[in-house]
Write a protein that binds this ligand. Structure first.
Ligand code: ADP
Ligand code: ASP
Ligand code: MG
Length: 481
């Protein structure tokens, strides 16, 4: 039994749907010969749809009726795909009715947002999760039209989450139970469940979302609940690559990575896989595979516990994340004052902000850490309140933020104990005259991160990629033949 997730571009147009249908049909056939047959599909919204929904909701809050235009665009998009595959008139009409019903709900929601003049996180989850609810019935119908028995399943019935709207966390025991109860009978009957990615619901049935790009995570959650033997993430590139191919055109795809390496890459911006995807996989030790819908014969990237040790040598991939702010708490009087770090991070946690990287100078004269740019003002205000007395007494001279910075992360578990690595990284960025603002090494030693200005991000990634010759085949690079 396997779980396969198809991303936005994989269900982006008629050709992509046809491609997906073929991939799923092949998988069903292959799995039929195994001890525990069955294929579960998880789908994203069609490419661009989630962004459109979010934009419509935001504009509705400002009294803009863009949502009416968006409703039309979405209707045409989904009806068009359905029309290309479904020959049976009755089935097509039934699907059109379902699509229209959901689109009407979308317009009603946007209308309420316009009346209220604001969109709450809860309201946003209702709207943004609609893209998957539109896509899943279409994909199920397309699969049936190609001879694969399939049925759409709304993940609001499967994935039970807390009520952290916009980034909800699954409640494992309940989710596992519901996935098994609902999906196993379908699988036993030879039906492919087509589950909506990205969405879940609270115990009371209020829809939530798992965070942008969260369909990968949905697939891992459902796959782990069913105990599949592989979780496949089908996307538009040949697996996880040595860098984002949009930034580094000669990036190569990696055959194998460990969960740890992928988690680091995803956390620091490698959009190809959602950072939380590895968690359910690790718990059940289920291998993940990232594959290309448009080149299905390519083996992609296999992700498992052990990775491939040092075969890839020290550095495996470079990634970057921007839109960040470096907050610094500095002052000579901080030296030896116990508890400054603890109070700093306690305050940051108090305003619900996620810290992406921490770096403290060994002289204890400053602590700096990286947070998303948009939460920096709140963080700085909280710190100024917390350290009011220390600021007055000049133990702390300044609490300030540096906007528009990026973290560049160099990842590879073979980096452990490899001398000269940092030198290589700094030479690469130094030659490009890039100013390194701060550095940190993850405790796992699978990651060295640099803080640079946002405008230097792409050049830094490219330069480090070049210096470690990541464009070369691994064996050639390591002199292994
Ligand atoms: P999907 O819609 O299938 O979920 P995404 O757009 O979320 O696809 O992720 C795939 C994209 O991730 C690729 O097109 C690529 O531009 C980007 N990407 C960023 N970093 C990497 C990387 N290291 N390897 C591969 N792709 C990457
Ligand atoms: N459709 C959602 C998004 O765009 C989830 C996903 O594609 O994984 O964020
Ligand atoms: Mg994605």
């Amino acid at each position: 039994m396997i779980a396969m997730k198809f991303g936005g571009t994989s269900v982006g147009n008629v050709e992509a749907f046809a491609q997906v249908a073929k991939i799923v049909a092949d998988a069903v056939e292959r799995e039929a010969n195994t001890e525990r047959p069955g294929v579960v599909v998880v789908t994203s919204a069609m490419a661009g749809v989630t962004n459109l929904l979010i934009e419509a909701a935001r504009r509705a809050a400002d009294g803009d009726e863009f949502y009416l235009e968006a409703e039309n665009t979405l209707r045409v998009k989904h009806h068009f795909v359905a029309g290309q595959f479904i020959e049976d008139g009755l089935e097509r009409a039934e699907l059109a009715r379902l699509t229209d019903e959901r689109l009407q709900a979308f317009s009603r929601l946007c209308n309420s947002i316009a009346v209220l003049g604001e969109v709450t996180k809860r309201g946003m989850d209702l709207v943004s999760g609609l893209g998957e609810r539109l896509a899943a019935p279409v994909l199920a119908a397309v699969l049936r039209s190609q001879g694969v028995p399939a049925e759409a399943v709304d993940a609001t019935d499967l994935i039970v989450t807390d009520s952290e709207f916009g980034a909800a966390a699954p409640i494992k025991a309940l989710t596992d139970q519901r996935c098994r109860e609902r999906l196993l009978p379908m699988l036993e009957a030879g039906v492919v469940p087509v589950v909506t990615g990205f969405v879940g619901a609270t115990v009371n049935g209020v829809p939530t979302t798992l965070g942008r790009g969260g369909s990968d995570y949905s697939c891992a959650i459902v796959g782990a609940a069913l105990g599949v033997h592989e979780i496949q993430i089908w996307t538009d590139v040949n697996g996880v690559m040595t860098a984002d191919p949009r930034i580094v055109p000669n990036a190569r795809s990696l055959n194998q990575l460990s969960y740890e390496e992928v988690a680091e890459l995803a956390y620091y911006g490698a959009k190809v896989i959602h950072p939380k995807t590895v968690t359910p996989a690790i718990e059940k030790n289920i291998p993940l595979r990232v594959l290309n819908t448009f080149q299905p014969e390519h083996p992609g990237t296999s992700i498992r516990n052990e990775g491939d040790g040092d075969l890839h040598g020290s550095v495996k991939a470079i990634t970057a994340i921007s839109g960040l702010n470096l907050v610094t708490v500095a002052g000579r009087g901080m030296m030896g004052v116990p508890g400054i770090a603890a109070r700093t991070f306690h305050s940051v946690a108090g305003v619900g902000t996620n810290v992406l990287m921490i770096s403290q100078s060994s002289s204890e004269q400053s602590i700096c850490f990286v947070v998303p740019d948009n939460s920096a003002p709140t963080v700085i205000e909280a710190l100024r309140t917390e350290f009011k007395v220390e600021l007055e007494r000049k133990y702390i001279d300044d609490i300030s933020g540096l906007a528009k910075i990026a973290i560049v992360a160099v990842v590879g578990s073979g980096m452990r104990g490899t001398p000269g690595l940092a030198a290589g990284i700094f030479r690469a960025v130094g030659e490009k005259r890039i100013n390194v603002i701060a550095i940190a090494q993850g405790s796992s030693e699978a990651n060295v991160s640099l803080v640079v200005e946002e405008r230097d991000r792409a050049v830094a990634v490219g330069a480090i990629h070049d210096i470690f010759e990541l464009h070369k085949p691994t064996k050639e690079r390591l002199g292994l033949g």
